[in-house]
Design a protein around this ligand. Structure first.
Ligand code: GLP
Length: 254
């Protein structure tokens, strides 16, 4: 893993956006794996700004989001499809037909999950997978104890995840308890992976991801087996890392 400790969250966000722009510059028809969540909102804002400045076009890009809630109408403001439209899709030139999310309302969620894996394969696989990090070490919605060999499937959300998501729902409205998420093995097939973690709340999970044992108890730790992972973090998220000086030494810029 290439662990890059940035001076600020803003630096980490700008660097993440630059890697996306560079990926599309090298391959205009790239397939991007996208993440939702608060961490990536400013990355998408930076990409919208880059698009408006004429620095990047999504016209030939395909995208596959990591996950979607089960049972939330697609038009619900907190569905991940709505979130992605607000943050990115409605503001860039991506073809909506190539901006994929699992269908959390599919009559047969298992068939939908299998279809999603096939669609990723049909697009030639994911060139760059963006990942946020759950406070419990989840990636996508692969909660602790998820099989490290898992494919896209339905997954019950863990109590800390439901609690963390509660802030996005109005008082009295229960957040969803189930998702369709890319599996850990699905994620591991991406050619490049960029994990972004900012803020002190992610410090313990980041340490477990980078320096802990590989364990289903921290699904993000499976990334240790991937040859091309960049971890971008700020000082607060990095604060639990033991080899901080080493990571700083190997950072030679973009
Ligand atoms: C959510 C999403 C993940 C996201 C993570 C972190 O539950 N399913 O894809 O990366 O948790 O979210 P945040 O960036 O808001 O901390």
């Amino acid at each position: 893993m290439k662990v890059l400790i940035c001076a600020s969250a803003a630096d980490a966000i700008a660097r993440a956006a630059r890697q996306v722009v560079a990926t599309i510059a090298a391959k205009p028809g790239a397939a991007l794996g996208l993440a939702t969540g608060a961490t990536f909102a400013p990355v998408y804002a930076a990409l919208v700004a880059a698009h408006r400045a004429g620095e990047v076009s999504f016209a030939r890009v395909a995208s596959f989001n990591l996950d979607e809630y089960v049972g939330l109408p697609a038009a619900h403001p907190q569905s991940y499809r709505s979130e992605m439209r607000r943050m990115l899709f409605d503001h860039v030139d991506i073809d909506p037909a190539r901006a994929h999310l699992p269908d959390g309302n599919a009559a047969d969620p298992d068939a939908e999950a299998a279809r999603y894996d096939r669609a990723i394969a049909a697009a030639g696989g994911i060139d760059l997978q963006l990942l946020g990090l759950g406070v419990n070490g989840h990636i996508g919605f692969n909660e602790p104890s998820s099989s490290l060999g898992s494919r896209t499937r339905t997954k019950d959300l863990a109590p800390p995840t439901i609690a963390a998501n509660r802030r996005f729902f109005p008082a009295g409205e229960e957040p969803p308890r189930q998702s369709i998420t890319m599996g850990v093995a699905t994620i591991m097939e991406a050619r490049d992976i960029l994990l972004l973690a900012t803020g002190a709340a992610k410090a313990a999970a980041l340490r477990a991801t980078v320096e802990g044992p590989v364990t289903a108890f921290c699904p993000a730790s499976a990334l240790q087996f991937h040859p091309r992972v960049t971890v971008l973090c700020d000082e607060a998220a990095a604060s639990g890392l033991a080899l901080m000086d080493y990571y700083r030494g190997i950072d030679h810029g973009d």
